[in-house]
Design a protein around this ligand. Structure first.
Ligand SMILES: *[C@@H]1O[C@H](CO)[C@@H](O)[C@H](O)[C@H]1NC(C)=O
Ligand SMILES: *[C@@H]1O[C@H](CO)[C@@H](O)[C@H](O)[C@H]1NC(C)=O
Ligand SMILES: *[C@@H]1O[C@H](CO)[C@@H](O)[C@H](O)[C@H]1NC(C)=O
Ligand SMILES: *[C@@H]1O[C@H](CO)[C@@H](O)[C@H](O)[C@H]1NC(C)=O
Ligand SMILES: *[C@@H]1O[C@H](CO)[C@@H](O)[C@H](O)[C@H]1NC(C)=O
Ligand SMILES: *[C@@H]1O[C@H](CO)[C@@H](O)[C@H](O)[C@H]1NC(C)=O
Ligand SMILES: *[C@@H]1O[C@H](CO)[C@@H](O)[C@H](O)[C@H]1NC(C)=O
Ligand SMILES: *[C@@H]1O[C@H](CO)[C@@H](O)[C@H](O)[C@H]1NC(C)=O
Length: 342
């Protein structure tokens, strides 16, 4: 064999090896890059997807809720290590209510004394949850919806909307109750051992209030717009703190409130009702609502299913944008994302 050919063939062979090496390195690099990008995208869109929700996500996934929440599902309640999660979610850079800043110290103190930060076991165990969110609207008066409401897996109520004396219209079971220091029951008459109370923290004083109550210190009433509860009728294991990320989701992604308001205008915050519905999107597979109809033009009708306040109280409220919320709910009902019982 002529040596020239041999060298040529040899170099060709060598070239092929080099080429193969390049290809191999290329493929490995591409795979690595793909993996890293995938991780990056996943991290961006699904910050700390809870193991519980992940399980549910596979068995009983509701795409409509998923889209609404902009693919961001988070643990709904704060745990003792909330600071780590706040960094991932960016809530460490925002003041309360949409972040944890200025409340961390009190949240640390309070969370140290709350033994649980997940859903109650008997609720967690239900794989496909049918939930009803019961608003406090006057439309529930004489509705006789009590039995129907009690038939759901999860019943979410809000603030001091009573069950006692209104069972026929609003039912008697309460799985979750969302409230804040000015709206939580303080009369043991309303105690329910089967309720988990979800506290919303709107201001540093709210976190301070909770840490004072849990450590049996004197409760300061300074900084509240109405006298807060001076005692806790619930046990520490019944309390949870709502993740501020959910408040931010409601305000910015769902209601599209501006992040800054002019000095002449009161900053708008979502109502407890719309926060409760968003919390339900995080935990439930089907969401029905009742008691959410507010007709702002008929000022004479009663605001709540209890008490004597009229719609004019709500119409004067500068902290909420009721029409924006009603528009959002109407849209959800029209698209069959939720069902309205009233
Ligand atoms: C929940 O389910 C787990 C395992 O599936 C079981 O061990 C536990 O007893 C259940 N808890 C309740 C309260 O039903
Ligand atoms: C509810 O029913 C009671 C008794 O039947 C009646 O007196 C009252 O006017 C009703 N209220 C409304 C808002 O319809
Ligand atoms: C709490 O739940 C238990 C078990 O389901 C039930 O027997 C009890 O009646 C409930 N208590 C109240 C006040 O609803
Ligand atoms: C969804 O999230 C992305 C970033 O994560 C953001 O840019 C976008 O505005 C969000 N969309 C809605 C509708 O909130
Ligand atoms: C609201 O109330 C006004 C006045 O009472 C009435 O004309 C209107 O039809 C009501 N709107 C709805 C949506 O019920
Ligand atoms: C509001 O109700 C009162 C009595 O309950 C009545 O006198 C008044 O005319 C009502 N006003 C309107 C605008 O319906
Ligand atoms: C509401 O009004 C009725 C009749 O005017 C009165 O008997 C009742 O005590 C009032 N309820 C409250 C909570 O103020
Ligand atoms: C309330 O929301 C609606 C719809 O987003 C908006 O057009 C309106 O200006 C808002 N009102 C106030 C007082 O912010």
């Amino acid at each position: 064999m002529p040596p020239v050919v041999h060298t040529d063939r040899f170099s060709m062979y060598q070239g092929l090896i080099v080429l193969r090496k390049f290809l191999l390195v290329g493929i490995v690099c591409a795979a690595l890059l793909h993996f890293m990008l995938h991780r990056f995208v996943q991290k961006k869109t699904m910050p700390t997807l809870a193991t519980d929700s992940l399980k549910e996500y596979r068995t009983c996934y509701n795409e409509k809720f998923h889209l609404l929440l902009n693919i961001t599902e988070v643990d709904p309640f704060l745990c003792e290590d909330f600071r780590k999660q706040s960094v991932t979610l960016g809530t460490n850079k925002l003041d309360l209510p949409y972040g944890t800043r200025r409340g961390e110290r009190y949240l640390d103190q309070a969370l140290k004394r709350l033994p649980k930060c997940s859903q109650p076991d008997e609720i967690k165990n239900i794989s496909c949850k049918k939930c009803v969110v019961v608003g406090n609207g006057g439309v529930l008066r004489n509705s006789t919806l009590g039995k129907k409401i009690d038939s759901y897996d999860v019943i979410i109520r809000m603030n001091d909307g009573p069950v006692l004396g209104y069972e026929e219209d609003v039912g008697q079971k309460t799985t979750f109750r969302l409230c804040y220091p000015e709206s939580i029951f303080s009369d043991a008459l309303h105690y329910d051992p089967n309720t988990t109370v979800v506290l919303m923290m709107f201001k540093p004083h709210d976190a301070k209030w909770l840490s004072e109550l849990l450590t049996n210190r004197r409760v300061s009433t300074y900084g509240f717009w109405r006298k807060p509860a001076m005692n806790l009728i619930y046990l520490p294991q019944q309390l949870r703190i709502l993740n501020p990320f959910i408040l931010r989701q409601v305000s910015q992604d769902i209601l599209n409130f501006p992040t800054k308001f002019p000095k002449t205008e009161k900053p708008k915050h979502p109502t407890t009702g719309i926060i409760a519905i968003t919390l339900a999107f995080h935990m439930c597979n089907e969401v029905h609502i009742a008691g959410f109809k507010y007709n702002l033009t008929s000022l004479n009708t009663t605001l709540h299913y209890y008490g004597n306040e009229t719609m004019s109280v709500m119409a004067q409220n500068e902290y909420h944008n009721i029409s924006a919320e009603q528009m959002f709910l109407r849209d959800l009902v029209e698209r069959h994302t939720i069902t309205n019982l009233t």
